[in-house]
Design a protein. Structure first.
Length: 67
């Protein structure tokens, strides 16, 4: 069974790939070994997506290739 990590003390940072506007920002939280929590900055109290670190690295790599 998978457990949701306690993110109550998470420190969120905006992605450098967000467009810089107030309405289109993805935030990630560091400091969680093996996972990368991600949220929409417009809805900070909303759901958090949690990716495996290797999946997140593959995603970021793909974004860098198209940027």
């Amino acid at each position: 069974m998978k457990h949701t990590p306690d993110l109550s003390a998470a420190v969120w940072r905006k992605s450098s790939y967000s467009d810089g506007g107030d309405n289109n920002c993805v935030e990630v939280a560091d400091g969680y070994p093996g996972i990368v929590p991600v949220r929409d900055s417009k809805v900070p109290e909303g759901r958090v997506l949690v990716f495996g670190a290797s999946s997140w690295s593959a995603f970021v790599g793909g974004v860098k290739e198209t940027a």
